[in-house]
Design a protein around this ligand. Structure first.
Ligand code: SF4
Length: 149
């Protein structure tokens, strides 16, 4: 099967973070250099602005720091960002949209809890193999090839 990768756009340098900045990763750029990929930002795809008030996941709800419910935008954005036929993804760690395994806990205190962001969860449930940029970075440093599934 041909690989098609999804990547969090902020990892490629797109200024789509809540604060108008990005999470550029040279390691991710290098890793993708011989791959076919599509960059997405689920929060912007859901209609949220740049910049925007930061959001965190609390249970199945997404609230911004002012208590505004952004659940609908997050779920819509995730649906719009899912790429048909995608096989793999590199998604930004800890984000309420893109985080895999550990995300911020909804208290806006920098505390992490177990769980997936809304988009990461959708990708995983759709059978897409998801990595964080931290996993890509670790693999690159160890010079061990990423296991293909
Ligand atoms: Fe990056 Fe994902 Fe947040 Fe968009 S939603 S800024 S792609 S972590």
């Amino acid at each position: 099967m041909n690989e098609l990768w999804i990547v969090s756009a902020c990892l490629l340098g797109k200024n789509c973070k809540y604060n108008g900045k990005n999470n550029f990763s040279q390691e991710v750029v290098d890793f993708l250099s011989d791959k076919t990929y599509i960059a997405v930002c689920p929060e912007v795809a859901g209609g949220l602005s740049i910049p925007r008030t930061p959001c965190e996941k609390r249970g199945n709800f997404i609230l911004d720091k002012n208590g505004m419910d952004r659940t609908k935008e997050f779920y819509q954005g995730a649906m719009r960002s899912k790429i048909q036929n995608a096989t793999h993804a590199i998604l930004k760690a800890k984000s309420p949209s893109c985080g895999k395994g550990k995300i911020y806990d909804g208290t806006f205190s920098g505390t992490l809890t177990e769980g997936n962001g809304v988009f990461a969860e959708l990708c995983i449930k759709s059978g897409i193999t998801v990595f964080t940029e931290e996993e890509i970075s670790l693999q690159t440093k160890r010079e061990v090839p990423i296991k293909k599934e």
